[in-house]
Design a binder for this molecule. Structure first.
Ligand code: AMP
Ligand code: MG
Ligand code: MG
Length: 317
């Protein structure tokens, strides 16, 4: 019976359920490397674009497990591919987190086959903050796209509750577009103020002009795309505005899937949908604008000043 049940669960949902368990293992690896104390920091494009042993190992764990369980997936990770065999204890036995099957897979996603799925992996989002000890900015992101759109997403927070040692440590949240979310309690942001979250370590003149034009009551400058979308999901901010290139498809795919599962939105700064086909440009070159469920996305898009829009024009041709 379990065999027939297995095959009746749609591929998107099976990949999501497996990704929850795989993200949990990657989070343990990240915590272990930080505890051991040797981060092995490498600069990629500069001092604000870092990679650590935790980023490298977490990606190896995620890619090896997904490829082992779902050999026909297309997997695109932030870090350089590394096909060396992983240690035995990094392997997660096949099987999904049981909560994944409690979500109702919408009809539009049931027919998608494994070979049509593109998985976008950010093994550690918020690396700069990780190296600075701002551990609650760190997430592990596994985004599951089909037909160029985010279908499901997994966000693990390895250091959730790290400042409250008596509480359970770390958590994984996930969601299926049109099928709901699990692992946390969604909350609406306050109705009587405007709180905008943005980058902490990649600000520019354009980033600041976009923020000013929105006349926020409060700006939360924090690390990580995953962390900022979590602030929207938990009612701590109304919008995430980043009027600059730099954020990539692996930063936005999982957060967008979970946000849209609850009725929020994530687009570029012009209000245009991002695409997640395997052959798209990795860079979100025209910026990122996300709004919490119930917040009017177009209000934010319309207030982005012309000079900011001109500075982030889509390349023609
Ligand atoms: P932030 O909001 O600055 O934490 O950025 C969110 C994600 O986009 C992180 O994965 C960053 O590494 C990435 N990112 C944003 N801007 C840049 C940039 N200028 N260079 C490299 N990565 C960036
Ligand atoms: Mg990232
Ligand atoms: Mg990363």
């Amino acid at each position: 019976m379990s065999g027939s049940k297995m095959t009746s669960v749609p591929a998107v949902q099976r990949v999501m359920g497996a990704s929850v368990r795989i993200a949990d293992r990657a989070a343990e690896i990240i915590r272990g490397i930080l505890r051991a104390g040797d981060l092995g920091i490498v600069q990629k494009t500069g001092i604000n674009d870092l990679q650590t042993e935790a980023d490298r190992s977490a990606q190896r764990c995620i890619v090896a497990n997904l490829a082992r369980q779902f050999p026909r997936l297309t997997i695109i990770g932030e870090e350089e591919p590394d096909d060396r065999p992983v240690p035995d204890d990094w392997i997660v036995e096949s099987g999904a987190d049981p909560r994944a099957e409690t979500l109702q897979c919408p009809e539009g996603l049931t027919g998608i086959t494994e070979d049509q799925i593109v998985v976008w992996v950010d093994p550690l989002d918020g690396t700069k903050e990780f190296t600075q000890g701002l551990l609650d900015h760190v997430t592990v992101l596994i985004g599951i796209a089909a037909g160029g759109e985010p279908a499901a997403g997994v966000i693990n927070q390895p250091y959730f509750n790290y400042q409250h040692p008596s509480e359970p440590q770390g958590r994984t949240i996930f969601g299926l577009r049109g099928g709901g979310v699990a692992g946390f309690e969604p909350r609406a942001p306050p109705a009587d103020s405007r709180i905008v979250t943005t980058t902490r370590s990649h600000s520019t003149g354009l980033v600041q002009s976009a923020l000013q034009a929105l006349q926020p009551d409060q700006v939360l400058a924090v690390g990580g795309a995953g962390h900022k979308v979590m602030l929207l999901l938990e009612g701590r901010a109304h919008a995430y505005v980043f009027a600059s290139p730099g954020c990539k498809k692996w930063d936005t795919c999982a957060p967008e899937a979970i946000l849209t599962a609850l009725g929020g939105r994530l687009t570029d700064i012009h209000g245009v949908q991002l695409r997640y086909e395997a052959d798209v440009q990795h860079m979100n070159a025209t910026g990122v604008l996300a709004t919490a469920p119930g917040v009017e996305h177009d209000w934010y898009v319309q207030r982005i000043p012309a000079d900011v829009r001109d500075g982030l024009k889509p390349k023609s041709g």
